[in-house]
Design a binder for this molecule. Sequence first.
Ligand SMILES: Nc1ncnc2c1ncn2[C@@H]1O[C@H](COP(=O)(O)OP(=O)(O)OP(=O)(O)O)[C@@H](O)[C@H]1O
Ligand SMILES: [Mg+2]
Length: 328
Amino acid sequence: MIEVQALTRRYGFFTAVDHLSFNVTAGEVLGFLGPNGAGKSTSMKMLTGFLAPSSGTAIINGHDIRSERIAVQRLIGYLPEGAPLYGEMTVTQMLKFAGQIRGMNGAECQRAVDQAIERLNLQKVRHQPTDTLSKGFKRRVGLALAILHNPKVLVMDEPTDGLDPNQKHEVRNLIQEMAADRTIIVSTHILEEVEAVCSRAIIIAGGKLVADDTPAGLIRRSRFHNAVSLSVAEDSGLDARQVASILSELPEAANVEVNGVEVTVFPDGDVDLLSAVNNKRDEHHWQVKSMRLEAGRMDEVFRQITLGSGQAAPTGASQQNNNKQEAA
Ligand SMILES: Nc1ncnc2c1ncn2[C@@H]1O[C@H](COP(=O)(O)OP(=O)(O)OP(=O)(O)O)[C@@H](O)[C@H]1O
Ligand SMILES: [Mg+2]
């Protein structure tokens, strides 16, 4: 459905998007991830015909974004970053205007507007000028505009940014519901969202593609994948460091870290670490407050992949590392 071919955008001497290539098949929900300034919005603007590429191109359902821009824009629904609106128009006027631009006739347009208003829960504000709406409602109008013509391809730039938790949930459901017969590209900084709604994710950093995988595949790259984390009750007479020291003797353990009251044991290859830790617990009669086998941590994978390509370290990363002390 979408073939991105060495898509590149330069601003003067600065290359914001650098030979980006990937494909998206029909029915996929592709998560578009990357640190601030990675080039996500710039790529989306090119894919939707709002910005001309400096070189390279993309083919959307057989149409080249460079030579057939209008054909591409007909079949795409686009929620731009910040969801710009005409402030003096009411929600209904804004949606009707968009419907008319898309060539819908009176009855068809009214039906599409009513349906979009219902899907995004905009009934209460439908007669309010968009300038007077709260940030989350503006975003919802932006989403209503994007889905108005029932597009085959949906490109959404941070659709849940600024929404309250209930609306975040609603929008995720909407994405999943729409995914059945559409192709969706969605950028986000919320990593749980990727796990919740995306069938695949690409990560870009410094304008370049640095990962292309399923959410499960990305999580498996985490050093926490198949690690065991546990905390022992205070009245066990042991502190976390003592527990860590005992667990570090396990042949199945590569290393052990202590983070506050929690001990994390990392596996040495493909071993049954959980059983080994359980045996130690029984042997020493530890009162365990919590214990879990870790699937992996998406935020850690994101940091590892994006910092590896020369991006500045987010402050949270170093703090977290400082809190962890090597026990073994
Ligand atoms: N019109 C412009 N002129 C010059 N530089 C620009 C322009 N638009 C974007 N850039 C630069 O291109 C780079 C990529 O910006 P872009 O908005 O695509 O990033 P992003 O991945 O969407 O980031 P964020 O997560 O913050 O939304 C940034 O360094 C940005 O400053
Ligand atoms: Mg952006």
